[in-house]
Design a protein around this ligand. Structure first.
Ligand SMILES: N[C@@H](CCC(=O)N[C@@H](CS)C(=O)NCC(=O)O)C(=O)O
Length: 207
């Protein structure tokens, strides 16, 4: 199993899952600062030029959420995806909520503060994205009242994907008004197999 990854990117979701599963994998760093994700060698693996990507024998898989679901299903005996069909439906709901309602506003903020060329950045979209994020974070916050995990009574890959996304929100200074989400995120990152926080991973690649 090969994981194509780079520091603070969404590849953290996959690394987290692999570490929790305790399965051996070969990490391959694709240095985005050097533009390696746009070189032919990596475009052969992911024509979208995006990280993460995973290769497992003849399966080449991209999209962080799809990869972690695949891994949870492949090693289903580890319990990181619910076996019960209704709980699994809830699991998929929170995975999609994370990728759409929470991550997308964060992505808009990242693009309009750092990634787009300066002359194309839209400060108003940063504000609108933050306004889109808050009510969705409130929905999650209320859901987590009295719960340790987002679905069921033990950790699933939905928790790892979500905790990474909340760490991203923390970096965007959007988590301050949600202490319960902060506590949940910190609890997930306190797990022995948790990966580096985004800030630490970022500092390492900037060295
Ligand atoms: N939906 C994709 C998003 C992948 C993505 O945009 N990755 C970023 C790093 S976090 C990337 O590789 N960006 C490179 C680019 O857009 O040029 C996933 O979850 O895997």
């Amino acid at each position: 199993m090969k994981l194509y990854e780079f520091g603070p990117t969404r590849s953290i979701r996959v690394r987290w899952t692999l570490q929790e599963l305790d399965v051996p994998f070969e990490p391959i760093v694709v240095n985005m600062m050097k533009g390696e994700h746009r070189q032919p060698a990596f475009l052969d693996i992911n024509p979208a030029g995006k990280l993460p990507a995973m290769v497992d024998d003849d399966l080449v898989l991209t999209e962080s959420m799809a990869i972690v679901i695949y891994l949870a299903e492949k090693y289903s005996e580890k319990g990181f995806i619910p076996a019960d069909v209704k709980q699994r439906a809830e699991f998929h709901k929170w995975m999609m909520f994370t990728a759409t309602e929470l991550e997308q506003p964060l992505w808009r903020i990242a693009r309009n503060t750092n990634l787009y060329p300066e002359e194309k950045r839209q400060p108003t979209d940063v504000e609108m994205a933050a306004d889109d994020f808050r009510p969705m974070a409130t929905v999650l916050d209320e859901h987590l009242d009295g719960r340790e995990y987002v679905v069921g009574d033990h950790a699933t890959v939905a928790d790892f994907a979500l905790a990474y996304t909340l760490d991203w929100a923390n970096e965007a200074l959007l988590l301050g008004e949600f202490p319960r989400l902060q506590t949940y995120m910190m609890r997930m990152y306190a797990r022995p197999a948790a990966p580096m926080r985004i800030a630490t991973a970022f500092a390492r690649v900037m060295r």
